[in-house]
Structures are given as structure tokens and as C-alpha cells.
Design a protein around this ligand. Sequence first.
Ligand SMILES: Cc1ncc(COP(=O)(O)O)c(C=O)c1O
Length: 434
Amino acid sequence: MSERAAHILDEVRKYHQDSKDDRGFVPGVTEIWPSGAVLDDEDRAAMVEAALNLRIAAGSSARKFESVFARRMQRRKAHLTNSGSSANLLAVTALTSPQLGERRLVPGDEVITVAAGFPTTVNPILQNGLVPVFVDIDLHTYNTTAERIEKAVGPRTRAIMVAHALGNPFEVAEVAQLAEERDLLLIEDNCDAVGSTYRGQLTGTFGDLATVSFYPAHHLTMGEGGCVLTSNLVLARIVESLRDWGRDCWCEPGESDTCRKRFGYQMGTLPAGYDHKYIFSHVGYNLKTTDLQAALGLSQLDKLDEFGAARRRNWRQLHDGLADVPWLLLPKPTPGSDPSWFGFVITVDPEAPFRRAELVDFLENRKIGTRRLFAGNLTRHPAYLDRGFRVSGELPNSDIVTEHTFWVGVYPGLTEEMIDYVIASISEFVGAHQ
Ligand SMILES: Cc1ncc(COP(=O)(O)O)c(C=O)c1O
């Protein structure tokens, strides 16, 4: 790095320190966000450094992030994408690749998923002409179970795509075993759960593919961004091709002929020797990220353990502080798991003398941000009403979540004082409505 660049970055770090908001927490005035990015001087400097180098497309930082993150997540390959939703789209679409031969999913095949969750866990199933089979969840863990998934398997079921709900792992070892026994492919939507473990093993390492989001609400951020993880090299190649326009060639931007036979292929009905850079083996997309985003990701990655510890600490503080408050169903980690929590989910007992909406209004008026468990029961949303899907059993808990559930934040930007205020506010509201 030149002396001048080093000087600029020093100034950026100072700018960061000088522009910090140090007004302190004022209850009822300071916003307590449910989630958000926690960015320090090094994050700011990392982005400026990438900008100074004018690395405007995916480049060296993106490649470095992919290799460091894959190692960190104990997978052989990580492919960066422009969002977690794009990662989900790539993961599901990869299962339809002709390169999988007999194993490929074809229109009309079924994928088991959860009714109460985030829409883009489910959308790629529909976008690929596949049929979602919705199963219900448990209250407390907000996850489905291997038993429910097993009951949902039908003659056309080919895959399972489930998210670890708000960081809480589902019974992923049991589900992976079921997938193996029934010859199903498994995708873990790990967007909310980076750093969570189940039976001592990182989530995202059980399935054929796993996905991550780097949107600011998530454990690590790049602003916008996502990633597909896999240790299956055939799937990795397919994901890369689908992400990069569908091309067959795997040269990085700026590279040519890494396979040493750029003009030596004959594929499809193309003339022999057609430039491999322009041979397309998939009907693909361009879902790549930029180096600026990856530079931020690399700098965030250094703080993953610290962020996970803060999320666990904040969750525990909320849990202990609310343990004796009546009418609230508090969350529980799935047995055998150690979640790196995304949020603290609360279900108001349907028999309670107050409604969820009243409690949420009270909290929002105190600047305590709340969120829904995403879509609640997705099958009730206008977008899905006339779509082909199957429901296995019934969805009573997904409906309870739709009516009675919300969550508050545990992200590392929250202080002990803020969380005490959240606990005191919830306790005060419930105490006044007995
Ligand atoms: C479980 C889950 N999957 C996928 C996504 C989509 O991620 P992105 O916002 O990066 O597209 C989210 C977003 O919060 C999510 O919670």
C-alpha cells in the first residue's frame, strides 16, 4: 500500500471515531432496533481501501472471502452472491441441473419446506416449477421436526429446503439422515444462523447445500450479499455456472484459458473450437457481488465470534429477565443445539388478557423495534393463494405465529441497558393488563 493510501485510511479511521454518536441511551427516545449492522473503523477503512483500488466488480476480495469463509464454515466451496435470496435461488436451481442426470429435479417434483418463515426460502421452489409441501412448526423452537418432514414425504418428493428459524437450528442431523435414507436432497437455509451448532456441528454443514445472507440484519454484513456453501464439487460447479450467466467456463474475470483448452471444446451443436468463455451449459443468471461488498465481508468476518457471543448474551439476558412474566411463550433452543440467535421470539398466549398488537404498539411507542416471524403462515399471503402447493397435515402453529408472535432484537449493537429497558417495558405492560 502506498504511503498516501495508508494516510487516507488513517484519516478514515479517525473520521469514523469522530462521527460516532456518543449521546448515550435515553429510554423511550433512543431507537432500540431489532437488528442492524455493527460497523467499526476497520469496516469503513476496508471499503474505502477497495474503492481506492477501484475494484468495482468481483475480484481479489471476493475470491479471498470465498476461500476464507468456506474454511470457516467447514465447507469446501463458498460462492458469493448479491443476496441471501439469490443464494436460495441458486441452491434450488442447482438441483434442477441436467448435469445431475437422474437426480435432477424436474417440474412437478416436490420440495418439503416450512409454512411459517421467510418467503424467499420457498419462492425458488415455485420459480423452478417445483411444488412446495408445507409442514407446520413447533411453538417455542419455531422449527419443524424430522417427524413432520417424514410424514410429508410423498411419491414425488425429491428434496427438503428448511431454514434454521431465527438462528435456532432445526433437527438437522435427523433430517439429514432421513434425507439420506429416502434419497432426498437437503438444502439448509442458514441465512439467520451463521455460527449456530447442532450436536456440536455447525449448521450449514449437514445439507447438500446451504445458504447465507449478508444483509445488515444478519450475523455478518456486506450491505447486500449472500453465499452458497457446499462440499459437493459437482454442485459447486453448477452453482458457479448458474450465478455467472450459465457459462461453462470457470475463468475468473480478467482470466482466460485456465483450463488450457479454451478453443478445444465441442459442446451442444456448436462448431468445434467455439470459445469456451462463451459456451453456456445452464440457463443462468448474473447474481455476483462486488469487491467492495466482499472487502466489508472480510473485515466483518474477524468479528464473527464476538458478534455470536453478544447475540447469545443478549438472548440470555432477555430470557432470564422475562422468565417470570405471565402470558408469554418464551423461545427455547432446539435440544442439542447452541444457537447464534437472530432475534428473541415471543408468542403472546392466545388466552392472554391482552393482544399481541397492543403489546407491540406499547413497545413501538417506546422506540423498541419489533418484527414479525417474517411472513407467518405463507399460504395465507396473496402471492401464494393460487399457487400449486401441498400442505402436509395442518398448520395450527403457523396460524398461531401469524396472529400472536413477534420478536425483539438481540443483535450486537444493543447494550445491557437497552435490553433491561425492553424487559422492564414488557413486564410493565403485562403487569398493567393482568
Ligand atoms: C431465513 C431467511 N432466508 C433468506 C433471507 C433472504 O436474505 P436476503 O435479504 O439477503 O435476500 C432471509 C432474510 O432475512 C431470511 O431470514
